[in-house]
Write a protein of this length. Structure first.
Ligand SMILES: [Zn+2]
Length: 210
């Protein structure tokens, strides 16, 4: 398929426009319907990689340490996210365990690693199949990453359990909170910007070589 990085199509009305170089924080609007075509991401781009790496660190902490510690009649128990998944599976809820495993453990990790790969390889002239796959993977997984739903569920359970036992939030719960905020910030970044930047690098690289 032929790429035309100089052109941009409106997602609302399909009108095709010539792309203009945007200044700092400028937004381009569709001439026909007024929908947003693109916005300047140059400032945001510089922040995305550090935020994504911070998200990866939060992800590691969230999975390495206990989410909550509960004390009832002298008995203390604590669990990590993986411990909760294994517990759900052993209690006859394999489907729920699978959903937690994928939407809270696997998919966020795949998204974070894919985005780090994209951001660090954006200047490569040759766009590898892995680059294309990573862009598609992030877009496909986006609706299935549910860290915030899990966090909300844990907080609700936490509040309910406080009337029955002594419940102490673990370091992983705070890390999950930070991860939720970081994911929201990181994935507000428009992936089309990475694609266009890569297309321009590719075209200019070929131009220099000929
Ligand atoms: Zn339009």
């Amino acid at each position: 398929m032929q790429e035309a990085p100089d052109l941009i199509a409106c997602e609302e009305c399909d009108a095709v426009h010539r792309r203009l170089a945007l200044g700092r924080n400028e937004v381009a609007l569709c001439r026909c319907c007024g929908a947003e075509l693109e916005r300047d991401m140059s400032t945001h781009r510089r922040r995305v990689l550090p935020l994504t790496i911070a998200g990866l660190f939060m992800y590691i902490i969230a999975n390495a340490f206990p989410i909550v510690e509960m004390e009832l009649k002298g008995m203390v128990s604590q669990t990590t996210l993986m411990g909760a998944v294994l517990s759900l599976n052993s209690q006859g809820m394999p489907l729920v365990a699978f959903l937690v495993l994928t939407t809270t453990l696997l998919f966020p990790l795949m998204q974070l690693l894919s985005l780090i790969y994209l951001l660090t390889s954006i200047n490569n002239v040759e766009r590898s199949p892995a680059f294309n796959l990573s862009v598609r993977l992030i877009q496909t997984l986006r609706p299935w990453v549910m860290v915030e739903v899990f966090l909300l569920g844990v907080i609700v359970a936490f509040v309910k359990l406080t009337s029955m036992a002594t419940v102490v939030p673990g370091i992983a719960l705070w890390a999950f909170g930070a991860l939720t905020l970081l994911l929201a910030s990181v994935f507000s970044f428009d992936l089309r910007y990475i694609w266009w930047m890569s297309s321009l690098e590719k075209r200019e690289g070929k131009h220099v070589g000929t």
